[in-house]
Write a protein that binds this ligand. Structure first.
Ligand SMILES: Cc1cc2nc3c(=O)[nH]c(=O)nc-3n(C[C@H](O)[C@H](O)[C@H](O)COP(=O)(O)OP(=O)(O)OC[C@H]3O[C@@H](n4cnc5c(N)ncnc54)[C@H](O)[C@@H]3O)c2cc1C
Length: 384
């Protein structure tokens, strides 16, 4: 059976693969979106409750500008579908004396014209007395940034794309064969689908689908995330009393209690290698102990708070953290879209626009940092 022919078939309905069809259908294309487990499923990197959208990227202005535009597009989209998908919690960078990252971020925000405040520790203490400031010498507050409700947002974008005419199929696409121009893809249930272009936005599965090309270029790592319960009744650990905070130097970040899910804390250091299909998604006691130490340091009142939820997710890291958005070198009509590298979620709307422009043949604004050629096999994280 050869199913209908499409202009574009997009494989993977995470944040990159949901925004891509949403942007593509706007130019009247016939688009099919396929996901093995469903948009925002538990194994996808986009499947958690929340993701930070912040503007600070040190000197990496391309990501600051992309985050700025993406925030506008997320807000516009949320208003269009009449859903609350963004919490403007503010994002507070806790800066150590010798940490250049917040310093450079402030310079970029100033240059681009994004609002921010520099706070002394006394000012932080006055505004956010629940935050522990051990080792911190100043802070940078992005008042307009905040949290996207990740899984729900991906599902909302997919639904909006479907309502606008995109077809959706739940099935697993087999790794494609051959070279030249790809004629069709096949699925686990035996469907054959042909399209003019194919987009593989398969997150941590990309190296499994294209092992020869990507096994050395995308490294999925295991990341643990914890949610803690605050004392009943108080508002000290909800937004706006508590902003999202990032302790870049100590590789930790946390969210206020959003939508009653608990106070989220995680470590932003690459974990061990991880298989997104079969990897163990039960958190470890070592992971909990590290996060609890961090809780005691940054939110001391919660040092003995109970864990209310936990998750194991995966980053899909490129060698340095730049995204991968490029044609497959063997196929003239297969696009590889991924490498979110622990910071990709916020950029979904701009990634969707970028991919749609490439498929439309637009040569303007091609970003060399997204090219396959720029992806080394040696791992040296440079974008955070
Ligand atoms: C713990 C953690 C914290 C993070 N924090 C942030 C943050 O605060 N801010 C931020 O901006 N980013 C953050 N990120 C990064 C961000 O979540 C990811 O970069 C982003 O979600 C990646 O989206 P994706 O669409 O590329 O992949 P995914 O969301 O993984 O989607 C890939 C999809 O492809 C499907 N698929 C795979 N293979 C097949 C196949 N053969 N056939 C059909 N479908 C297939 C899967 O089912 C899945 O739904 C974080 C990531 C993690 C893990």
């Amino acid at each position: 059976m050869n199913d209908r022919t499409y202009d574009v078939a997009v494989v993977g309905a995470g944040v990159f693969g949901s925004w891509t069809p949403y942007q593509l259908q706007r130019s009247g294309k016939r688009v099919l979106l396929i996901d093995a487990h469903g948009p925002g499923n538990s194994r996808s990197s986009s499947g958690d409750e929340s993701r930070i959208i912040r503007m600070g990227y040190a000197a990496d202005e391309i990501y600051t500008r992309s985050a700025q535009r993406s925030l506008r597009l997320w807000q516009k989209f949320a208003a269009q579908v009449n859903e609350s998908l963004f919490h403007q919690t503010g994002v507070l960078w806790l800066a150590h004396e010798d940490d250049p990252y917040p310093v450079k971020s402030a310079e970029s925000l100033e240059k681009i014209g994004i609002p921010f405040e520099k706070l002394t520790t006394a000012e932080v203490h006055q505004r956010f007395p629940q935050i522990g400031l051990e080792g911190i010498s100043w802070a940078l507050l992005e008042p307009e940034s905040g949290a996207l409700v990740a899984r729900r947002a991906v599902q909302a974008v997919t639904l909006a794309a479907i309502r606008a005419g995109v077809e959706y199929l739940q099935d697993a696409v087999e790794p494609p064969d051959g070279n030249g121009s790809l004629n069709e893809i096949t699925t686990a249930s035996g469907r054959r689908i042909s399209a003019g272009n194919y987009v593989f936005a398969c997150g941590a599965w990309l190296p499994k689908i294209f092992p020869d090309l990507l096994a050395d270029r995308i490294h999925p790592t295991r990341q643990e995330v914890f949610y803690f319960g605050a004392p009943a009744g108080g508002r000290l650990f909800t937004s706006p009393e508590l902003p999202i905070w990032i302790d870049f130097k100590d590789e930790a970040y946390g969210f206020p209690d959003l939508e009653g899910r608990g106070i989220k804390i995680a470590i932003d250091r690459h974990g061990i290698e991880f298989d997104p299909d079969t990897g163990d998604r039960v958190v470890t006691s070592e992971g909990l102990a590290e996060v609890r130490r961090c809780l005691a340091r940054r939110l001391p009142e919660l040092k003995d708070a109970p864990v209310t939820e936990s998750r194991v997710c995966q980053y899909e890291n490129t060698s340095n953290g730049d995204f991968l958005i490029d044609l497959h070198p063997q196929f003239g009509n297969v696009w590889l879209v991924g490498g979110g590298s622990g910071h990709g979620f916020k950029h979904g709307p701009v990634v969707g626009e970028y991919v749609a422009a490439r498929i439309d043949g637009n040569k303007e604004g091609i970003e060399p940092r997204f090219s396959l050629a720029s992806k080394a096999s040696e791992h040296r994280r440079a974008v955070f």
